[in-house]
Design a protein around this ligand. Sequence first.
Ligand code: HMG
Ligand code: MG
Length: 303
Amino acid sequence: MSPGGPWPARVTVVEVGPRDGLQNEARPLSVDDRVAFCQALLAAGLAVVEVGAFVSPRWVPQMAGSSEVLQRVAAAAGGPRLPVLVPNRRGYEDALAAGARELAIFTAASETFNRRNTNASIDQSFERFAAFVPEALARGLRLRGYVSTCFGCPYEGRVPVARVADVARRLVDLGCHEVSIGDTIGVGVPSQVADVIGTLAGEMPRERLAVHFHDTRGTALANVVAALQEGVTVVDSSAGGLGGCPYAPGASGNLATEDLLYMLHGMGIETGVDLEAVVQASRQVAARLGRALPSRYLQACRP
Ligand code: HMG
Ligand code: MG
């Protein structure tokens, strides 16, 4: 704990901009631009950068070319973790061939969202995972898990905490070293975060938990504070506040990495990340996309 509050001394920031951020952009970025974005983020000191997704290009055309992105980024990078999203055995084989060392599997706490996002029930998602996860773990790959719609579903509304806990538990049992608890459509509030994380922490080590907030209704930073108070020390965010899920109507950007870093550093919490270098990475990508990005910090320090 750091002086001045019940805060951890250090937080690991998982940068998801090149995947969650870019997957929702109307204008897909070229592979060259995506590689440059990842490299700028790594140069800023981010130790975990999710570089792409091995999903169907018919479902998410923006993530086509993730093999090349991963290969080029991994070739230039030394030690950082470079997870990639994988929904099934086909994605696993492609990711393995591209040299992936860490996979991120994803499912949801609500059935309807999971079907819309992956054409599978939650049980069917786990059947898909069973077709490659044991082999991936035997090869020494790391495995991250996502649970979407933990604080509300765009189709079903409120989601019972027990269902979030059940899916998170199944991901841990499968071998995930970390499970990221997602507010896919940004509806959560701090008291709910305390409830969900408090419940999960009763069932699994807090060190296994990460939080993934979309900032649709402006509650993401407050939710991070609530998660830190519950002992979470891994937070997902997206440079510039890029992001959203194409299969979650109303989902807007992820919590912006700049806004998160500004708050954490101000609270005396170390991240190892250079905030101004992330600003440069976001400016570069904003120029490529031809639009301003929603990060509040980025807007406040406009040149
Ligand atoms: P499906 O149509 O049921 O799959 O889609 P299928 O097995 O029937 O295959 C259909 C076709 O897709 C075949 O090609 C397969 O080869 C191909 P065809 O014979 O028709 O030419 N295919 C693939 N191609 C490339 N890579 C693959 C792959 N698998 C099959 N891995 C599938 C099922 C899961 C593939 C599809 O639903 C899909 O790709 N969904 C991905 C959706 C997605 O990426 N959503 C956004 C990420 S999740 C998110 O943002 C939430 C998160 O941020 C946390 C939060 O905020 O909550 C993580
Ligand atoms: Mg997301």
